[in-house]
Design a protein around this ligand. Structure first.
Ligand SMILES: O=C(O)CCC(=O)C(=O)O
Length: 306
């Protein structure tokens, strides 16, 4: 076995990732071609993602981090009597997505939705762009990271040409645990025809739980492609790719790339956000736009005859 020497043992969903060089690798950087959209698209299609280290201004990222962490300290998600920049976990154990905090932070909104970020997506799409108004701001406490999934199943009611940006709000080392992607999984045709056509907010009208699924925010299915990142990778014969991220890095990928995150094996909160850009001229998934997006709430549920 040729072991990937770049990494110590890495954990995801409480499992140790296979360290074989055919199973685990480092992200390919594309900061060298960031001004060249044709080459960016070629790599995005080939690898399933673009990794742009140092794309954003580090000081602007840290300013947004301080603002957000201070707000999290007020909520008890970060320990109140510590330097909020350290991200020491507080007494509130919630894992909720912090869209309301993102909305309240002008510094974060400016970082994500103006300047260099907008320029990146205008360059990629070659025309005017828009973003979802919902921001998946995450304060991941020590423990499991995010389970493997594609973004399609959460946001496939608009254009298929949707891009996610994953932005670490601070340096995210391998213990804090950042994004991992299944390289080339965007190319899996059988997933396009199956998994990626599903919708976490759809339910079968003849399901015995239909009334509950229609009227509450409860999900019939959580969108996870597999709870087991080791088996999933082995079944597909692809590689997980990941790395140590620094404030200023951006990873962007289509909604067909399967991804997850490493477990947080540190004693700190990992702060990051994921957000979405698309062409302004293309249809948008109504769940994620407006002053109060309906998100996965009752108003977003769709009954199907199945
Ligand atoms: O940051 C994470 O843990 C998950 C990120 C993610 O799922 C995404 O960017 O779509």
């Amino acid at each position: 076995m040729v072991t990937s020497t770049a990494f110590p043992p890495l954990r995801a969903q409480d499992q140790t990732l296979d360290p074989d060089a055919n199973a685990l690798g480092e992200l390919r950087r594309s900061d060298d071609v960031v001004e060249a959209p044709a080459e960016l698209w070629r790599r995005m299609e080939e690898d399933g993602y673009l990794y742009l280290p140092g794309y954003l201004d580090r000081e602007e990222v840290f300013a947004a981090r301080r603002d957000v962490m201070t707000r999290l300290a007020n909520e008890g998600l970060v320990a109140p009597d510590t330097d909020p920049m350290d991200g020491v976990p507080g007494p509130a154990g919630s894992h909720r997505v912090l869209d309301d905090v993102a909305r309240a932070s002008g510094l974060l909104r400016r970082l994500l939705y103006s300047g260099a970020m907008v320029r990146l997506y205008e360059r990629l799409f070659g025309e005017e762009v828009r973003h979802f108004d919902f921001t998946w701001l995450r304060g991941i406490r020590p423990g499991r990271g995010t389970a493997p999934h594609g973004d399609s199943v959460f946001m496939n009611r608009g254009t298929p040409n949707l891009l996610t940006a994953w932005v670490p709000l601070g340096d995210v080392d391998l213990r804090l645990g950042g994004l991992m992607l299944l390289e080339r999984s965007n190319q899996l045709e059988e997933f396009r025809r199956g998994y990626h056509t599903r919708d976490v907010d759809a339910y079968c009208e003849n399901d015995e739980e239909a009334a509950e699924l229609a009227t509450t925010g409860r999900w019939g299915w959580n969108g996870v492609v597999s709870p087991d990142p080791v088996q999933l990778r082995a079944d597909l014969g692809l590689r997980w790719v990941t790395g140590e991220y620094r404030a200023g890095d951006v990873v962007t990928f289509p909604m067909y790339t399967l991804h997850a995150s490493l477990d947080n094996t540190s004693d700190r909160v990992r702060l990051s956000c994921d957000l979405r850009y698309q062409r302004a001229s293309e249809p948008v998934d109504a769940r994620w736009v407006g002053a109060s997006p309906t998100a996965h709430g009752a108003a977003s549920k769709r009954g199907l005859i199945c």
